[in-house]
Design a protein around this ligand. Sequence first.
Ligand SMILES: Nc1ncnc2c1ncn2[C@@H]1O[C@H](COP(=O)(O)OP(=O)(O)OP(=O)(O)O)[C@@H](O)[C@H]1O
Length: 304
Amino acid sequence: MTKLIEAEGLKKSYGTIHAVRGIDLSVEKGTLFAFLGPNGAGKSTTIEILSAQTAPDAGTVRIGGHILGRDDMAIRAEIGIVFQDSVLDKLLTVRENLMLRGSFYGMKRSALENAAKAAAEAADVTDFLDRPYGKLSGGQRRRADIARALIHTPPLLFLDEPTTGLDPQTRRRVWETVRLLQKERGMTVFLTTHYMEEAAQADYIVIMDHGRILAGGTPAELKETYTRDILRIAPQKEEALAALLKRCGVRFQKTGGELVVRLKHTTDAIRILESCREEIAGFEVRRGTMDDVFLNITGTEVRD
Ligand SMILES: Nc1ncnc2c1ncn2[C@@H]1O[C@H](COP(=O)(O)OP(=O)(O)OP(=O)(O)O)[C@@H](O)[C@H]1O
């Protein structure tokens, strides 16, 4: 696979605040890349650097063969950005906002109209193209924000918390739009999110905190490394089951009337359950989740 983003040794400080403390990362072309971390971890600062909005104090970035600091105009032409806070004009319609944005790229009238139509279709905003942005719902606004970022058909899209603050149904709709862009249009999507069920669908995840990268991998790799599956057994008689497990050398904890075993491998559950079959009233095996991964790596719960 080809790497679209390659960054090495990035650093950025604001006075005494070391927002980014020397990070390396690379993003494969056409993938969905999730960038996670608690509030203040340095994610937005990294995106600002990668998208040529803020100059790093140190480090190098290559985006599609262009070098940051030398080819910034070319880099900006290759990327679309959706910021945490919208930058669209509330009084203008979605179409007018798109046309205005397109004019910054030097498009002529007919090219502008075609680009606005294509961006509107890609971001699923055609139904309300001629309504003022200020009159749209939260989810419609987010999709209009995405349409704006797509006006110059960039191959790379940065999304800084695209679904934060939206209700679950609207969140799903925005998320479907993002997935469609990546899967069917082959865009590379670089996103930050606080929703672990979204991150779990990414091709690759990087977790950062305090300006440093703490872990990276596919969702499956991260779960394998940073979580344990859990076997919860409801006993017939607690003491008898506890004695049996001890005799078999299985370590467990007692919680809420159940015996809980942390598994090294999911399939270890079979052997354990077989060995104490007659003492079991019920059981459940819970796979490690992305929430567990995040908690184990950063030591904090995911926060909105
Ligand atoms: N322009 C700035 N001036 C001063 N400090 C800044 C500036 N931008 C970011 N910071 C600080 O740098 C650190 C990293 O912030 P950043 O916004 O990159 O984190 P983040 O991971 O995106 O957080 P969030 O999830 O809350 O958006 C924070 O301590 C923040 O206060």
